[in-house]
Design a protein around this ligand. Sequence first.
Ligand code: FE
Length: 185
Amino acid sequence: MTLVEEIIELFESQGKSAYFGEAVSQEEHALQAAFFAAEEQAPNTLIAAALLHDIGHLQHAEGEDAADRGIDMRHERAGEAYLNRAFGAAVAEPVALHVNAKRYLCFAEPEYLSELSPASRQSLRLQGGPMSADEAAEFERNPYWTEAVRLRRWDDQAKIPGLRVPGIEEYHEVLERALLDTLEE
Ligand code: FE
């Protein structure tokens, strides 16, 4: 089985689980995030990152009430480790940074926090709360910080029950191309 087939199978076998505290499944959430990325004509690697940003959750089905139990699963790190096996920094780094991008936006845009969903606001506390000015300046030194912020906004939007978007099988080529782009990094 190729890596792309493995990823698609992971979505098919684990994707129906709920996206923590939201009215969409993990698979719907991922497909919506990728759809928004494609709509903005993001590069392949960033569309792939949007599709795969919560892959750490699919690998470890902790249950949807994990945030309620006060567990910070560090899913962005699990996802980064998985993606680093084959994809380059252009895919793995925005994924690794997408939780910190939320903390960053809470600092940089005062209205951002009030627009977060209740579940996302709750998990923010476990993730360390809004960044300080020093942390935000440090974050902006990461070469992929703007990609991480874009990914974060698609992530925040991708919670719309019943939105019709292309299925996982439509992403074979995007993923294959993102793997090839990685070789050129
Ligand atoms: Fe997400």
